[in-house]
Design a protein around this ligand. Structure first.
Ligand code: F6R
Length: 609
């Protein structure tokens, strides 16, 4: 969703802002803008459309400036238009904003703004209120403080003033801002991806602190302006560079191909002597032994990772586990107490639904562990403990390597719990985890056969509807596979527990409805295969992803459109199968000529509820 960038230093701000806005494109947006400060004041350039359109607008007549702010907007209040794009300028103030101001209507009334507003946004109201106070006090930090005290909602606000040509101010509540300095320059952004190339050291602006960026330094004070606050810098070992797609046509393909390495990097730091180990994270064993139920909260793909964990926790740990859409969690009156271990899963660490659910769970006494990819993100900060996936930056909107690295951490947690609860001996734990250490190699075998999957993908290119069927863990895998296909190919696709088809849905199966079946679970494969037969006999063409050791049992006349997945223990087949389904979705989207990395209407970081 919306992205923010700010720069003040010795270089040309326009180019830095436009390049950084491009790095933020992956979050999803529909308009973009920048504001540049010079001795004459602040100059705003903004436009509905892509950053490329903004570049065109800024080609000529833009003053030289070394200080500016920029924004990519994902419309919430007011449609997609030049006027509604950020930055918003009112009097002496220009600002960009992420988040939602809930009381903007009250503010319009309170400050008599009705006749001054030219956009339909909540953000312009904030700019007007801030300008009101700035005129009164002529002190940026004090004006911001007074404004913030008027606001209800979530916000990351970044401001420049037309008589402070080398200064940027910011403040936030919930919506993140990361900041850094390098060689006398200051950069800030809504997420670390936009700092790409300049530094791998940054800090997250603490909530309700006012940051003043001037003279190559950032100073932080609490909202009252009484106390200085020390920034807590984080260093990441990601390559925050601009190398981009590394020769691949899309980030999604690059990220699919990176999975073996990402999983190895995620698993290795958490293994000691063949056993899972979270001492580096400071997670005490009691958090695992002291809980009598587990609750996973997450959204979308991350929630699908939770569903795989659910099967493992139930079958191995024999424990009660709920997996909930974070957006539904607090409205479902969940049972929570100090014996509940809540696991919040999130790639971005900023998904507001997951963050709100985590806060709710903690306020009701639950203990929490977050599985997060982005260091220092809000969910990472607010959880009792955090385990990072080392997937590196995920730019494509469709999540791939984040999902499989989340799964990796979940396997490690289950193994740790099984060991601590005495369900597994050390030897059994090692045997279980030896499957996980084999995953990168097994995944490579699937990736090496991507051309085969590309051929298979052509079979569903022109389908309007696709069904994906399987049972048990295969069904969990397909929920994610079907989400992938929907979001990047725009084909309607349903994942269905295949035993359930005959209770209604099989009415939709015709020759026009291709069916993707995943068959990887030895215990239930005979039943899965008979469900496949049911749809074949209703005319459906079937694409079959089958585990190697089961493939010989597929009759010869049903071997068309079959992809053989390398063998792993059943509980780990989710890994090779997921990669195959990711590639399937990817190739359908690519062959349809879509912008695979930026599917319509979607945003990478979802910061509205
Ligand atoms: C789908 C996808 C989304 C995210 C969901 C949660 O490919 O990426 O479903 O998984 O929006 O995002 P995070 O993991 O950042 O909390």
């Amino acid at each position: 969703m919306c992205g923010i960038i700010g720069y003040v230093g010795s270089q040309d701000a326009k180019d830095i802002l436009l390049d950084s806005l491009e790095l933020l494109e992956y979050r999803g947006y529909d308009s973009a803008g920048i504001a540049l400060a010079d001795p004459e004041g602040v100059h705003v350039y903004k436009r509905a459309g892509r950053v490329q359109d903004l570049r065109e607008l800024c080609k000529e007549g833009v003053p030289a400036s070394t200080c500016g702010i920029g924004h990519t907007r994902w419309a919430t209040h007011g449609g997609v238009s030049d006027r509604n794009a950020h930055p918003h300028q009112k009097g002496q103030v220009a600002l960009v904003h992420n988040g939602i101001i809930e009381n903007y209507r009250d503010l319009i009334r309170k400050f008599n703004l009705e006749d001054q507003l030219v956009s339909e946004t909540d953000t312009e109201v904030v700019a007007a209120v801030l300008d009101h106070y700035y005129r009164k006090v002529q002190d940026p930090a004090e004006a911001i403080r007074r404004t913030v005290l008027q606001l209800k909602g979530t916000f990351a606000l970044v401001v420049i003033f037309d008589d402070k040509k080398d200064e940027i101010y910011c403040v936030r509540n919930v919506s993140p801002i990361v900041m850094t300095t390098f060689d006398g320059n200051i950069m800030l952004a809504s997420d670390v991806t936009a700092l790409g190339g300049y530094t791998n050291r940054y800090f997250v602006l603490p909530e309700l602190c006012i940051a003043t960026c001037a003279g190559g330094e950032i100073s932080l004070t609490d909202l009252a302006g009484e106390k200085e606050v020390e920034p807590e810098y984080i260093t990441v070992d990601w390559e925050l560079n601009r190398a981009g797609k590394n020769g691949y046509p899309f980030y999604m393909e690059k990220e699919i191909m990176e999975q073996p390495e990402a999983i190895a990097k995620t698993v290795e730091p958490h293994m000691t002597d063949g056993l899972s180990d979270f001492t580096a994270e400071g997670i005490p064993d009691e958090i695992f032994t002291g809980c009598d139920r587990v609750c996973i909260i997450a959204c979308g793909t991350a929630m699908h990772a939770g569903l795989v964990a659910q099967a493992l926790v139930q079958s191995i740990l024999r424990m009660h586990i709920d997996v909930e859409y974070a957006s539904e969690f607090m409205y479902s009156n969940p049972v929570l107490d100090e014996k509940t271990l809540v696991i919040a899963i999130s790639q971005s660490g900023e998904t507001i639904d997951t963050l709100s659910a985590l806060r709710y769970a903690r306020s009701n006494g639950a203990k929490s562990i977050a599985i997060v990819n982005v260091r220092g993100s809000s969910i990472a900060q607010e959880s009792d403990y955090v385990i990072y996936t080392n997937a590196g930056p995920e730019i494509a909107v469709a999540s791939t390597k984040a999902y499989t690295t989340q799964l990796s951490i979940l396997y490690l947690i289950v193994a740790r719990m099984a060991r601590l609860k005495g369900i597994y001996t050390p030897e059994e734990t090692r045997a279980f985890l030896s499957n996980l250490t084999k995953v990168p190699e097994v995944m490579k075998q699937v990736l090496d056969k991507k051309v085969e999957i590309h051929k298979i993908a052509r079979k569903i290119l022109n389908a309007k509807n696709v069904f994906m069927i399987g049972r048990g863990l295969d069904y969990s895998i397909l929920l994610e596979g079907s989400l992938k296909l929907k979001e990047v190919s725009y084909i309607h696709c349903e994942a269905y527990a295949s035993g359930e088809l005959k209770h209604g849905t099989i009415a939709l199966i015709t020759e026009e409805t291709p069916v993707v079946a995943v068959v990887t679970q030895e215990k239930i494969f005979a039943k899965e295969l008979s469900n496949v037969k049911e749809v074949r006999s209703r005319g459906a063409s079937v694409i079959l992803f089958v585990k190697e050791s089961l493939a010989s049992q597929i009759p010869e006349d049903e071997q068309e459109n079959i992809f053989v997945l390398p063998d792993m223990a059943d509980a780990f087949m989710v890994m090779p199968a997921s990669v195959a389904l990711q590639l399937l979705a990817y190739y359908v989207s690519q062959d349809k000529g879509f912008d695979v990395d930026k599917p319509r209407n979607l945003a990478k970081v979802v910061t509205v509820e």
